[in-house]
Ligand binder design. Structure first.
Ligand SMILES: Cc1ncc(C[n+]2csc(CCOP(=O)(O)OP(=O)(O)O)c2C)c(N)n1
Length: 203
């Protein structure tokens, strides 16, 4: 991160679209990077962006994408790992930021889709819609390479840094409340077995 870069805040960041950004991210993955999709809309869009054996789709529990991704990143340090999560979900697991910072896996990137709402359960407002800045929280927890995406091009730039440079990284994107482009097939056993095969822990 350059010191000359203008500081981007949640307020100054453009409002982007999760479906579009997820597709942009997935299109960049050429080295069997693992992607852990958090509950709900986040993993629905990951599913809709094209299923990959290295994708894990978390069903049911909020805030577990990052802890799962951390485990994968530690177990397989040669593999880049992305965790995708909604703001409501990560707000339930803020301790995770400190754990990631303390563990400091170079191969881990966390992406937070911040729509300021628990959208899937009725768009109740989350704290980020009022006062909480996820990037500031992450930095305070020790994740120094945490940044808002100013716009789509900047999101791509931050993904490039995560793919090419040493992490841990956190990219926060302010997003709109458009519904996701698909729905994940609800078969947890199949998801687990596919993922294990995808990351080479099962034949
Ligand atoms: C521990 C727990 N509490 C509540 C729920 C119900 N629930 C499922 S998804 C969700 C909202 C998720 O919000 P966010 O992560 O911001 O994603 P969005 O729906 O906005 O895409 C809630 C409250 C749950 N699954 N698990």
């Amino acid at each position: 991160m350059s010191n000359l870069e203008p500081e981007i805040t949640r307020d100054s960041a453009a409002t982007l679209n999760r479906t579009a950004l997820t597709r942009r991210l997935v299109a960049r993955l050429t080295s069997e990077e693992a992607v852990i999709g958090g509950i709900g809309h986040t993993n629905f869009d990951l599913w809709a962006a094209g299923q990959r054996p290295q994708n894990f789709y978390m069903l049911g529990s909020m805030g577990l994408a990052t802890p799962i991704a951390l485990g994968v990143a530690i177990a397989q340090p040669q593999r880049k790992v992305f965790a995708l999560d909604g703001d409501g979900s990560i707000l339930m697991q803020l301790g995770t930021f400190g754990t990631v910072a303390a563990t400091a896996p170079k191969n881990l990137a966390i992406i937070i889709w911040d729509n300021g709402a628990y959208h899937i359960t009725g768009a109740q407002k989350t704290l980020t819609a009022t006062c909480t800045d996820i990037v500031a929280v992450a930095r305070g927890a020790g994740l120094k390479q945490a940044q808002w995406a100013a716009d789509e091009a900047h999101f791509d730039e931050l993904v490039t840094r995560a793919l090419e440079g040493d992490g841990p990284w956190l990219i926060a994107a302010k997003i709109d409340q458009t519904k996701p482009a698909g729905v994940t097939e609800r078969d947890p056993v199949k998801i687990r077995l596919n993922f294990m095969a995808g990351i080479g822990t099962r034949a």
